[in-house]
Design a protein around this ligand. Structure first.
Ligand code: G1P
Length: 303
């Protein structure tokens, strides 16, 4: 039996941890949050908020920290800029400026001390209350043509408990992720999660199913996080709290995984970030044709 309160209506809240220091992108991130780095012409974080909204989650809580004010400004109105553009009659750019402030109802809470992803999620407890909620990590961008979060919400509403996004990766890469031991279910894209381990050492991974940064969680996770001791890297790990949920369904219901086979763009380090920009630029209707032609020439003539 699931001891947490039953879900009342549709899941509506998304939590986006954005308190990290972004040290892998220094010096760019000395005074600018890494979430504000542009991916083509939009800050990375806007793709993530758009994804939450597309899945029906229009109440967004960002977990921020010091130096993260630009995030709040980006999702707020900028009257001065709007007025200047509207005076010029530049409606196209005006709508780009207004897009991010009209997207969602934004809330912010500061993490204070950088004590890990699990601790960041725990900071959302007072805002979330007793409802299941989603967590989206900013380093993973999911192509809007390959919906993942809406499928996870659907599975959570049917099965209860928690649902995490999984992707099969090369065994040599699994040490970079949380890793899930799974059992098949009747749905080909859904598995039951039986065990979880955060960034397993080589040769100790129970599978090649990696957690990618999307979660739909039962609020029982907060109780587990409060009891979770620092784990990998001396940080309070969300994976460790989910492991406890997976090992005892009585606490917060089952943990399922949705296996994602679509397009995912990692922006977590510089190489991945550059690849994400090139891939997304190639696929853009406005920029793609010229950029692809240039890229082909560049690769054949200059590399
Ligand atoms: C976090 C999680 C990890 C997950 C990963 C997905 O790790 O702790 O379980 O696989 O996100 O991107 P991070 O990459 O923040 O170290």
């Amino acid at each position: 039996m699931n001891q947490s309160l039953p879900s009342l209506g549709r899941i509506s809240k998304a939590v986006i941890p954005a308190a990290g220091l972004g040290t892998r992108f220094l010096p760019a991130t000395k005074a600018t949050p890494k979430e504000m780095l542009p991916v083509v012409d939009k800050p990375a974080i806007q793709y993530v908020v758009e994804e939450a909204v597309a899945a029906g989650l229009s109440d967004v809580l960002m977990i921020t920290g010091r130096n993260k004010r630009p995030l709040e400004d980006h999702f707020d109105r900028n009257y001065e800029l709007e007025e200047a553009l509207s005076r010029k009659g530049d409606d196209e750019r005006l709508s780009k400026v207004q897009e991010s402030s009209d997207l969602a109802t934004m809330h912010y809470v500061r993490q204070g001390a950088p004590r890990g992803l699990g601790h960041a999620v725990l900071c959302a407890a007072p805002h979330v209350g007793e409802q299941p909620f989603a967590v989206l990590l900013g380093d993973d961008l999911i192509d809007p043509r390959d919906p993942l979060l809406s499928r996870m919400v659907e599975v959570q509403e049917r099965e209860g408990g928690s649902v995490i996004a999984l992707m099969e990766v090369e065994p040599s890469q699994i040490h970079l992720y949380g890793c899930a031991a799974v059992e098949a279910t009747v749905d080909s894209d859904v598995v039951k999660v039986t065990d979880l381990v955060e960034k397993p050492d080589a040769g100790e991974a129970p599978s090649n199913y990696a957690i990618i940064g999307r979660y739909v969680l039962d609020p029982a996770v907060f109780g587990m996080l409060r009891e979770t001791e620092p784990g990998r890297g001396g940080e309070i790990q969300l994976t460790d709290a989910l492991q406890k949920l997976a090992s005892d369904e009585k606490i917060g219901g089952p943990v399922h995984g949705v296996v994602f086979k679509g397009r995912r763009y990692d922006t977590g380090d510089r190489g991945d970030y550059l690849r994400a920009i090139v891939r997304l630029a190639c696929e853009r209707e406005d920029l793609g044709p010229d950029f692809r032609a240039w890229l082909r020439r560049y690769v054949s003539e200059e590399m």
